[in-house]
Design a protein around this ligand. Structure first.
Ligand SMILES: [Cu+2]
Length: 172
């Protein structure tokens, strides 16, 4: 909780300074920013997608589904660590509370791009469409970061540390 509040405060502070977000996407009351993925290692067939979804409206919204031309399908997953063991599972629709935000980050919620049709290369952008219950379809782009990239450096459990992993064997 404390970390979350701190992050939110930091964001608000940035906004107050008038810092422009390089990449943000909007539809209705929904704003998505800080979208990124990691470059893939050879043979890697899945990729995690990360972002922040903000809901400036007075009504909760839900992320229903995600599509991307570079993946067979895109699933919403959540990584949980229990007794030192990390596992991930599909979540179904993710609620973004009114006036709140949901962070997709290594170690928590993430998008899982399944059966990538091409390698992800640093500095490229990956197109995807997020479909919300109220805000509708939003076309977004994920910036591809270097393989070892860590946003904020705070999270330990992430997809990038397991480049050769067979995703189908993970528990969901
Ligand atoms: Cu996953």
């Amino acid at each position: 909780m404390t970390v979350r509040k701190f992050a939110l405060a930091a964001m608000l502070a940035l906004a107050a300074q008038g810092a422009a977000q390089a990449h943000d996407f909007k539809a209705g009351a929904i704003e998505i920013d800080d979208l990124w993925m990691r470059a893939t290692a050879p043979g890697q067939s899945v990729g995690g997608g990360y972002m922040e979804i903000e809901n400036k409206g007075k009504e909760a919204d839900r992320l229903l589904s995600v599509k991307s031309p570079i993946a067979d399908s895109v699933e919403v997953h959540e990584t949980r660590t229990e007794n030192g063991v990390s596992s991930m599972r599909g979540t179904g629709p993710v609620t973004v509370p009114a006036g709140g935000e949901v962070k997709f980050a290594p170690g928590g919620y993430h998008l899982m791009f399944m059966k990538l049709k091409q390698p992800l290369k640093q500095d490229e952008e990956v197109a995807a469409t997020l479909v919300f219950e109220h805000a509708g379809a939003v076309d977004v782009k994920f910036k591809v970061q270097p393989i070892g990239y860590k946003a904020g450096g705070a999270m330990k459990h992430d997809m990038g540390s397991m480049p050769g992993m067979d995703h189908s064997k993970m528990s969901h």
